[in-house]
Design a protein around this ligand. Structure first.
Ligand code: C2E
Ligand code: CA
Ligand code: CA
Length: 707
């Protein structure tokens, strides 16, 4: 007859024992993962996760315990008292939640382990409450040593588990937390079971109101479903968190307008490629791409059109990318492309040409075809520079050089370009001193009547006699002055000097002074001109200001306003370089010009290129219909004259009649006692003090100067 049954040595169903272990491990993993959410959330969400992880943790302990109990087959009848069995589940869950709460709300000090100890104690409370409801046909004897050891193991491993989980920074340490939790549950259970010795006693009968093994199995299964629910909550959350993280990553690395990688992504990519290439041979090309005429599209057709162009261009460039090639939008109309797939330096220009080919295709927008081009600068790693920042700066420099060379140009970075930049800033500094030292001089170029060839006016062209560099052409220093703001001072000097000189001539020829975009942007331009006219005494009708389309397009409203003010002064306005702008025709209709100057590029090829001839011809017809005289620039040969005369162009200017000359060389013309230019004298308009006063009182002149 069976006298003593020691629990641990008792007959077990190993299948169920394995299931208990599996539930314990999976439940612990889930608990730890859920608890990690507690640490990463705040407010109500934190409480939600705390509750969920506590329920899952407590249920795991309970399930492990009861599956292990089911696996244990004592040869005596046994059952479970329902109230205590349920109470054990409630205790397991409640104490686990309490332990998690203590850990989660405490300062990162001793309280973390205290909470863990509570979780471990919860395992013991659950275990012994459950055991109190265990009914068997025998007497249970308890070994206090095992009993104390089981509680101690539960608390100890519980504290260790929370220590690993709450203080962990790495995934690896989290695994330590899971292992400690599994150990807390299993060592507590099996040591606790070892504390029991069953002395069979047939006199003890289990009460009527009990849960048999079969019902307990169902209960365990229900709790199992709860655990699975916890797992699926976790999975759903994980997925949406991952989705959000993925979306966030995408947003932070992509440009919202074009969907292309952005500046940050480019930086990452460039660093990575450079890192990879430090071990490999071969070169990496960095291409700085800037669209040509994009600003015009934006200004003329509006931002929606500009956006459409950017999207279209981005999409096309992305499509032509090959292996090892990458492109990002840096902002505005600037892009940077990388190629790490080069066998020779030539490959980089092939790549650049491929991108330009994609860019120049027309982009359809609201029934119109919009065209842009691109200038590309290339720097090569490692031959050009070792660091990403430098490489980008060098590619930019080369891009500016390409831009200066005309549309759709490609340039490689060369060290001399750095010198050119230094040169430009040196030039900017020299310019200020140049005025003080009287290094600037005005040259004059004739403007002639096409039929009579009489001089009817003079264009004023600025010259700079640099003490070291010699004669610096205006095309070089005017853009610099325009960009750095010095144009206001320089422009004033030109205007004042030209007006003073012209006012002293016996022949009242009209002078044409160039106005840079920066000057036109100044709302006080008309006031400055008026001041200079009064100061020098030049008749306003003898002054003509030449403005370009680029000056107008920067701020059309302001340009129109300033031009109207100038015309009120009696000053003439000519449109310079006609035909080179983007929408010359629209500009012509909108602005009240007194003259159109056809750009010399068209005249140059008028006899050889049918398209140039067509443009010149249609401009003359159009101007005639608008009642505006046309002047053809750059007339160098008689064939030009033949063409222009046959088309009825009334005015000409060019080397054929004279190059720009210093004042001393034209004195015989300007001081000839002639009737002067018929158009200038006919409209003589003298600024008397009362005329000035009335002009300043004009609401259209003074009030609009501010708005
Ligand atoms: P622009 O206003 O188009 O001036 C005409 C330019 O064409 C002048 O160059 C002139 O020398 C040149 N030119 C005239 N006839 C012929 C010809 O038959 N054949 C050729 N090949 N060229 C001819 P320049 O003096 O070098 O001036 C260049 C540009 O610099 C000017 O172009 C103008 O935009 C700017 N500029 C010159 N002086 C001033 C100034 O005082 N203020 C401003 N804002 N810009 C100025
Ligand atoms: Ca001009
Ligand atoms: Ca011109």
């Amino acid at each position: 007859m069976l006298k003593v049954l020691s629990c641990i040595a008792m007959d077990h169903s190993y299948g169920l024992l394995a299931l208990a272990t599996l539930v314990c491990i999976l439940g612990s993993i889930l608990t730890v993962r859920l608890y990690a959410r507690v640490q990463r959330s705040i407010g109500m969400q934190k409480l939600n996760w705390l509750f969920t992880s506590g329920v899952v943790g407590g249920s795991t302990v309970w399930m492990t315990h009861f599956i292990a109990m089911l696996s244990f087959n004592p040869p005596l009848s046994h059952a479970y008292e329902p109230t205590l069995t349920m109470a054990s589940l409630a205790a397991g869950i409640g104490v686990t939640i309490l332990g998690f709460l203590v850990t989660a709300t405490g300062k990162p000090g001793f309280q973390i382990e205290l909470g863990g100890g509570i979780v471990g104690a919860g395992i013991a409370v659950m275990h012994y409450t459950g055991m109190a409801g265990y009914q068997i046909a025998g007497r249970l004897e308890w070994d206090s040593g095992y009993y104390a050891a089981s509680v101690f193991l539960g608390i100890g491993f519980g504290a260790l588990a929370m220590n690993r989980i709450a203080r962990s920074v790495t995934r690896f340490r989290q695994y330590g937390g899971i292992l400690a939790l599994v150990l807390a549950i299993t060592t507590m259970h099996f040591t606790g079971m070892s504390a029991i010795t069953i002395i069979p006693d047939p006199l003890i009968v289990t009460s009527a109101d009990v849960i048999p093994d079969s019902l307990l199995t169902v209960m365990v299964a229900i709790i199992g479903v709860m655990l699975a629910l916890g797992a699926s909550t976790y999975a759903i959350d994980l997925q949406s968190t991952r989705g959000a993280a993925e979306r966030f990553r995408h947003l932070s690395l992509h440009d919202p307008l074009t969907g292309m990688p952005n500046r940050v992504a480019l930086g990452d990519q460039l660093r990575e490629i450079i890192h990879r290439h430090s071990q490999e041979a071969g070169e990496v090309a960095i291409l700085s791409i800037d669209l040509d005429r994009f600003k015009d599209v934006n200004d003329v057709h509006g931002h929606a059109a500009g956006d459409a162009v950017l999207r279209g261009v981005a999409e096309r460039m992305s499509k032509v990318l090959g292996q090892g090639e990458f492109i990002a939008r840096m902002g505005g109309d600037e892009f940077v492309a990388l190629s790490s797939n080069l066998s020779s330096g030539d490959d980089a220009s092939t790549f650049a040409a491929r991108l330009i080919g994609a860019i120049v295709q027309p982009i359809e927008w609201e029934g119109k075809n919009l065209f842009v081009g691109a200038s590309i600068g290339i720097s090569l790693y490692p031959s050009a520079a070792p660091a990403p920042q430098e490489l980008l700066a060098q590619a930019d420099l080369a891009m500016y050089r390409a831009k200066a060379a005309g549309s759709n140009a490609i340039r490689y970075y060369e060290p001399a370009m750095d010198d050119a930049v230094r040169d430009r800033s040196a030039l900017a500094m020299d310019m200020r001193q140049g005025i003080e030292r009287n290094e600037f001089e005005l040259y004059y170029q004739y403007q002639n009547n096409s039929l009579t060839r009489d001089v009817i006016g003079l264009e004023v062209l600025l010259r700079w006699h640099h003490p070291v560099r010699g004669m610096v052409p205006p095309a070089e220093f005017i853009p610099i002055a325009d960009r750095n703001g010095f144009i206001h001072e320089l422009g004033d000097w030109v205007l004042r000097t030209a007006c003073r000189q012209a006012a002293s001539w016996k022949n009242p020829l009209r002078i044409a002074v160039n106005i840079a975009p920066g000057q036109l942007a100044n709302v006080n331009l008309a006031a400055r001109v008026l001041e200079i006219l009064v100061e020098t005494g030049l008749e306003p009708s003898r002054l003509e200001l030449e403005i370009t389309e680029s000056g107008i397009i920067a701020d059309e409203q302001n340009a129109l306003h300033v031009i109207r003010q100038l015309k009120q002064l009696g000053v003439k306005i000519a449109m310079d370089d006609y035909g080179t702008g983007y929408s010359s025709l629209t500009t012509l209709q909108k602005f009240p010009f007194d003259k159109i100057k056809i750009d010399r590029a068209f005249i140059d090829s008028v006899t050889s290129d049918r398209q140039s001839a067509a443009i010149v011809r249609s401009t003359i017809i159009l101007a005639e219909s608008l009642g505006i005289p046309v002047l053809a620039e750059g007339v160098e040969r008689e064939e030009h004259m033949d063409f222009l005369l046959s088309e009825g162009c009334p005015q000409v200017q060019g080397f054929l009649f004279g190059r720009p000359m210093p004042l001393s060389e034209i004195s015989h013309v300007v001081n000839a006692r002639s009737a002067g230019s018929p158009d200038a004298s006919r409209e003589a308009y003298v600024l008397t003090p009362s005329a000035i006063a009335s002009l300043l009182r004009e609401p259209d002149f003074s009030a609009r100067a501010t708005g």
